[in-house]
Ligand binder design. Structure first.
Ligand SMILES: Nc1nc2c(ncn2[C@@H]2O[C@H](COP(=O)(O)OP(=O)(O)OP(=O)(O)O)[C@@H](O)[C@H]2O)c(=O)[nH]1
Ligand SMILES: [Mg+2]
Length: 468
């Protein structure tokens, strides 16, 4: 059943692709993934055997604007068709909002369609879902094969509603978008009846909504055109392939078309392995999300500090800026000087830091070139004798610095220097890029706060002067 979160205005909807083994469920999802416009393509995940048969699921997420401005998160889930995975298919149907049945038109696979169709109805009933009421779309796939069951015969065995079945050649993309559009429209119609909050506004019909959604996901490609566009190999044409986790299932028959995993123990072991792999991927995604959130928080803080410049004096703004960049980089100490035509001017540090290299003529000489660099630079004392000598002069156990020039398009405004202790991790290339972004937020307002006539153009050599 769809989850509706009124606070965040998110609806989660699950559509399950069900059907006999090798009928083309995975191919349907892979084609949708490949045909989606770049900006709309979520990451597709497949969990397969080494022979590339689905053993757990394929998951294709799409996020679109839903009815009444809700954020509609669609999860398309394809089940594994092999007989042994009946329990997995049953679990996948729990909470389904719509079902697509992908039948295999191959004449010698007719019985498998009937078995799968009947199993699906049993599982739905077990979950308290009425198979005749759930939004449903029927697809007769593999219509390109030389020996196919006639559509009329397939209708007699599988069709239980007036809705016509979609004929498809999924590996060429034919019928794939049309099937998806139909299940989307039927599912939205059902949800808008069940939840008043999702009722279609302005008398719009779910079919119209689904059509617009398909256009936003796949561009203005008619289903017929999509069929033609899809005849080339998937990966070559579209570049971004699904994330596929392949797990060995011991006791699985080779790649024979009727191959099945024979031992439930082997399946359980393969699932455990797949879960471990997925947990690892999830941890990476979570870490990346946390990093992105921290970066966003830094950027917001930088914008607030820069925006306060008209209310605060320059020294206070610089100190807040230094605290912001030092914390973001994980630096122990930080100092800053404006860069003018006469050299470094108005050296400032965080409280208790002293000003380290910017205080001494040797240090200022060392920093001269770094102030003119295009972006931040990491300098390690272990690889640089001059820096080793300069840092060794103080009492602190400093081992590296990052120089961070603040530049506008026309001039170098100042130089921030961040210092790192022996055991501090140094910023990664991504962290340096982020520091550069923060520096660009501060550069323009600080440029306005210091007199432009003594400023040094970005490409002019810097004359050394006594810092005051
Ligand atoms: N000729 C033909 N082959 C197809 C078509 N659709 C899919 N195939 C091929 O059929 C094979 C099985 O397709 P899958 O999408 O993996 O089938 P599945 O239903 O996901 O299979 P399981 O996950 O094992 O249940 C693949 O080799 C596909 O390339 C089609 O319309 N015509
Ligand atoms: Mg599959």
């Amino acid at each position: 059943m769809a989850e509706i979160d009124q606070a965040t205005r998110i609806i989660r909807v699950k559509i399950v692709y069900y059907g006999p083994p090798l009928g083309g469920k995975t191919t349907n999802l892979r084609r949708l993934h490949a045909l989606a416009v770049d900006t709309r393509r979520g990451e597709m995940i497949s969990i397969n055997s080494l022979q590339d048969r689905t053993i757990l699921f394929d998951l294709l997420p799409f996020t679109v604007v839903g009815p009444r401005g809700f954020n509609l998160r669609l999860q398309l889930l394809a089940v594994p068709g092999q007989a042994l995975y009946s329990a997995t298919r049953r679990a996948a149907l729990r909470g389904a909002d719509g079902v697509v049945f992908v039948a295999n038109s191959a004449i010698d696979r007719w019985q498998e369609n009937l078995i799968s169709y009947s199993e699906m109805k049993t599982h739905l009933i077990d979950h308290g879902i009425d198979p005749t009421a759930i939004p449903f779309a029927l697809q007769y796939n593999k219509r390109d094969l030389p020996l196919v069951t006639e559509v009329g015969v397939m209708d007699l065995g599988l069709r239980s509603s007036p809705q016509t079945a979609f004929q498809a050649v999924a590996n060429k993309g034919e019928g794939v978008i049309a099937t998806f559009e139909a299940i989307l429209a039927r599912t939205l119609r059902d949800l808008s009846r069940k939840f008043r909050v999702l009722a279609m506004e302005d008398g719009r019909r779910p079919e119209q909504f689904a059509q617009e959604t398909v256009t936003s996901l796949f561009g203005r490609v008619s289903p017929a055109e999509a069929g033609t566009a899809g005849t080339e190999p998937l990966v070559e044409r579209f570049g971004e392939s699904p994330l596929t986790i392949r797990v060995a299932v011991s006791g699985a028959a080779g790649d024979g078309s009727r191959g099945v995993a024979r031992s439930p123990g082997a399946v359980a072991e393969a699932y455990a392995e797949a879960c471990t792999e997925l947990a690892g991927r999830l941890a990476t995604v979570t870490a990346e999300r946390d990093e992105a959130q921290a970066g966003l928080a830094d950027a917001r803080r930088a914008l607030a500090i820069a925006g306060d410049l008209d209310r605060q004096d320059v020294t206070m703004t610089v100190k807040r800026m230094l605290a912001c960049v030092a914390e973001s980089a994980g630096a122990a100490h930080a100092s800053f000087a404006f860069v003018t035509a006469d050299g470094f001017d108005r050296v400032m540090g965080l409280p208790g830091d002293g000003n380290l290299l910017l205080e001494s003529p040797g240090g200022r000489r060392y920093l001269q070139a770094l102030a003119q660099a295009d972006g931040p630079c990491v300098q390690e004392a272990a690889c640089d004798l001059e820096l080793f000598a300069l840092l060794g002069e103080g009492e602190r156990q400093l081992s590296a610095l990052v120089s961070l020039p603040l530049r506008t398009t026309s001039r170098t405004v100042g130089l921030a220097v961040l210092y790192f202790l022996d055991d501090d991790p140094l910023p990664t290339p991504a962290a340096l890029e982020h520091l550069e972004l923060l520096a660009s937020v501060f550069a323009a307002p600080l440029a306005m706060a210091v007199p432009a006539e003594s400023a040094v153009p970005s490409d002019a050599p810097l004359v050394l002067a006594q810092a005051n």
